[in-house]
Design a protein around this ligand. Sequence first.
Ligand code: PTJ
Length: 250
Amino acid sequence: MSVPDTHPRAKSLKLRERLVEGLHAGIVTESGLIAHGRGEALDYLLGERTHPFAQAAIAAAAAHLTLAQHPVLSINGNAAALAAEQFVDLARDDIRIVLEVNLFYYTPLRVQKIIDRLRSVGWDGPILDSRGPSSILLSGSDNPRRQVHPDGMGRADVVLVSLEDGDRCEALLAGGKTVLCVDLNPLSRTAQRCQVSIVDELTRALPLLREQMRQDRLETRPDLERRLSAYDNRRILADALAALRHGVGP
Ligand code: PTJ
């Protein structure tokens, strides 16, 4: 059923449709629908808008990605279903950015379907598979989620993960990576542990991140470094939690 633009919950319902379509296309798992429902509830409480704490985190994430030598965008089933075009837009803007498919519920077929989705929105560059035949294990922990592609997260200094499980984030941190996340739950292990937590809905956050990265190309390295040294992720998480507790919903 298509949702009319005039419906009061149109945006939210359209995102839901993308997830359901992704499930039928073999991109999203059943658990992915549950994860989306959790995100939807949190976003409702946040008034479905980007708050200043998310804008500050986006600015920090953009600085990290701009200063990085080997930036990687990690893409799972939900992220691909919701925002394939937006990830491709980011990668098109910056030839250093590498796309890596990284799945919790791994099957080679799902990886292929996600690659096909990224191709269908016009990406013709490389797309790596974290658990393909050439994968390696990150050192620093025995975390079960430490498999990465050597040309992607294996050599990355900065990784953006979206809607990610906590083990993956911990494996990347143990491997010495700077981890940036998009996660509507400020209490998730990923949001709590990573260096920059963007507590915002993925499809709202990515265009803002793209715009900020475009502006940051004109900034000097010392200015970006100053932005990062002034950034306090603990404070951002506290502000996000306060907004959720206070309940700023529609
Ligand atoms: O595709 P796979 O196999 O890699 O599996 C993907 C899921 C999402 C199932 C897997 O990574 C998972 O179980 O994730 P979690 O642990 O449920 O974490 C997902 C987090 O993303 C939760 O904290 C949700 O609140 C949050 N979230 C869900 N939808 C959105 C979101 N954050 C931002 N934007 C969203 N649209």
